[in-house]
Design a protein around this ligand. Structure first.
Ligand SMILES: *[C@@H]1O[C@H](CO)[C@@H](O)[C@H](O)[C@H]1NC(C)=O
Length: 123
């Protein structure tokens, strides 16, 4: 119990644990609708995605960004079912509604448009 809590805390602080063999459990309970439905939150997340300045990410958005990028890169092989749903929803949303953000995401994943479309279909 204590070990789990410590790991979660370290993950929150460093956003590094996404490279382990599973993602923090908190990402099961992500409220994607809250982010994707709110223009202001989206704009902030977009700035974080673009690495605009050292202060463009909060702890939370840095963690979410790392989670989304890693999950997409690995085709959600480490995702729980609910995490997979969140990642799919975000990928579809960004590709359809935020093409500039989606370009940044696929550039970070080193994919071209065709490969990115295939990736979405694979979910
Ligand atoms: C995308 O990359 C793949 C693999 O490198 C390549 O086969 C394909 O032709 C590329 N497609 C475009 C549109 O550049």
């Amino acid at each position: 119990m204590i070990a789990g809590t410590t790991v979660t805390l370290i993950c929150l602080l460093a956003a590094l644990c996404v490279s382990g063999d599973s993602y923090p459990e908190e990402y099961d309970r992500l409220d994607m609708g809250d982010l994707l439905g709110d223009k202001e939150k989206l704009a902030k997340f977009s700035a974080c995605l673009r690495d605009e300045g050292s202060s463009s990410c909060t702890e939370k958005s840095a963690g979410l960004k790392a989670f989304l990028l890693d999950a997409l890169k690995t085709k959600c092989s480490k995702c729980t079912e609910s995490q997979k749903g969140h990642v799919k929803r975000a990928a579809i949303f960004f590709s359809e509604n935020r093409p500039d953000d989606w370009k940044i995401i696929i550039h970070k994943l080193q994919l071209n448009e065709t490969q990115a479309a295939e990736l979405i279909k694979s979910f």
